[in-house]
Design a binder for this molecule. Structure first.
Ligand code: UDX
Length: 443
């Protein structure tokens, strides 16, 4: 079976490579010919663990192309283009509709068009109306986490499929055939209508963001009342109805999904004239959290942030080069605005490179001359007035803190992800460090 994929970003590329690995012949199309050229050479334009190897392994089963005609003859076409938020926070569907528009002339009435892009409720129905009887539209939201997206592709916790009420039976049968590998692995399938499938995606992401915002808000209270948020989260998480995941307090959530999806869900509530109380609070708490953390740092320096800081971690989470809505970079901007000089470091080379590109744009006043990217942790911490952990790499624990102690000018450590282990924190405090986490009490 020939399968088409439109869009070779995080979602599309992994879908294409993953399906090729499952044995399908895949045509991966992207409007961006420079991206296609890179892919033709066998290099993924993004960093994702295991992706390069998987791409090499399945190279002969994928055709990368920037001419849409090559999608002709695909029985199923997955649409994996971006749905960024517009100025109001609403999902922008221009990429989805322009993809469908260019695909439409190639459709013969027997194809399935699968929307993998995260789209507001009602979009699959609109796309079906747009393609008319030239194809059958199916909703199949993705739940890939960046950094472990390849693993998530092969080991999903669920597969969600949304169909139109008038779809013939073979449409579902074909979708189940494509995902037979997961059926055999006994992955739960949720087979439902378009609207429910669309809402499952927004609800899942907003719920996860809400869990984080809840624990972050609680961290502020913990600090006031003398509780330790790590213990609180542990105690809560042991209740299987709550679960221990996504309860790590920190400087807030970012990335390519949570911010835009929470905003888009807020917008959808508003369109139906329902007050989006929890999604709104989720977003507001996240916006405040970083300011709250900055305030903690500011307080330590008596209100004056004109020193030099090492910023550990640059991307929006570990093991990715993706800088979209990175809380770390937001913090950098805020520090610089208050007169600080920031030396950033990230374990992932791609993340460092991407920040360097941002800094090099001299016309951008965002970082002006207040941010430099270091290729070594040693250089980043040398002579600084404070060290800030902004991304939750466990690896920070394994660094040589004795050496770091000698390199910094001032032993102040702000762990914005509560990632350092108690034992290390105790040692650091003994060594004269000032340690501050998020809602924690060093024991
Ligand atoms: C998310 C969803 O998890 C995934 O299912 C969906 O398909 C896309 O959006 P991703 O954006 O890759 O995935 O990141 P995720 O691991 O969910 O983390 C999002 C943000 O939350 C990061 O900035 C992370 O640092 C933060 N986070 C996560 C916390 O602050 N605390 C936590 O406990 C967990």
């Amino acid at each position: 079976m020939k399968i088409g994929v439109i869009g070779t970003g995080y979602v599309g590329l992994i879908q294409a490579v993953g399906l090729a690995h499952l044995g399908f012949k895949v045509v991966a199309y992207d409007i961006d010919s420079s991206k296609i050229e890179i892919l033709k050479k066998g290099t993924p334009p993004i960093y994702e663990k295991g992706l390069k190897e998987l791409l090499h392994q399945n190279r002969e089963r994928i055709i990368f192309t920037s001419s849409v005609e090559d999608l002709k003859g695909s029985e199923v076409v997955f649409v994996c283009v971006g749905t960024p938020q517009d100025a109001k926070g609403k999902a922008n569907l221009n990429f989805v509709f322009s993809a469908i528009e260019s695909l439409k002339p190639l459709l013969t009435g027997k194809e399935i068009v699968v929307l993998k892009s995260t789209v507001p409720v009602g979009t699959n129905r609109k796309v079906q109306k747009f393609v008319g009887n030239k194809a059958f539209v199916v909703s199949n939201p993705e739940f890939l986490r960046e950094g472990i997206a390849v693993d998530d592709f092969f080991n999903p916790e669920r597969v969600v499929l949304g169909f139109g009420e008038n779809h013939p039976k073979w449409v579902m049968e074909k979708m189940l055939k494509i995902y037979e590998y997961f059926l055999k692995k006994e992955v739960p399938f949720v087979v439902t209508n378009w609207e429910s499938a669309e809402l499952i995606k927004y609800a899942s992401n907003t719920f996860l963001a809400m869990k984080i915002s809840f624990i972050n808000e609680l961290a502020r209270l913990s600090e006031k009342v003398g509780a330790d948020i790590k213990d609180v989260a542990k105690g809560m998480g042991l209740d299987s109805r709550i679960g221990n995941k996504f309860l790590n307090a920190g400087i807030g959530w970012g990335g390519s999904c949570f911010p835009k999806d929470v905003s888009a869900l807020i917008w959808q509530f508003k369109e139906w004239e329902i007050e989006p109380k929890l999604p709104k609070a989720t977003k507001e708490i996240n916006e405040e959290q970083i300011l709250w953390f900055l305030n903690k740092i500011r307080k330590h320096y008596g209100g004056n942030l004109s020193g030099t800081f090492a910023l550990l971690g640059l991307a929006f989470k570990p093991y990715t080069d993706d800088l979209r809505e990175s809380p770390s970079l937001k913090l950098a901007e805020m520090l610089i605005e208050e007169g600080a000089f920031v030396k950033g470091y990230d374990y992932i080379e791609g993340a460092r490179k991407n920040v360097k590109k941002l800094v090099e744009v001299k016309t951008s006043t965002r970082y002006s001359y207040g941010l430099i990217v270091c290729d070594e942790l040693k250089t980043a911490v040398e002579g600084v007035d404070g060290v800030i952990i902004a991304v939750e790499y466990k690896e920070w624990n394994r660094e040589n803190w004795k050496e770091i102690s000698k390199l910094v000018r001032n032993k102040a450590l702000f762990d914005g992800r509560n990632i350092l282990k108690e034992e290390l924190i105790r040692e650091l405090i003994k060594d004269g460090w000032h340690y501050e986490g998020v809602g924690v009490k060093p024991k």
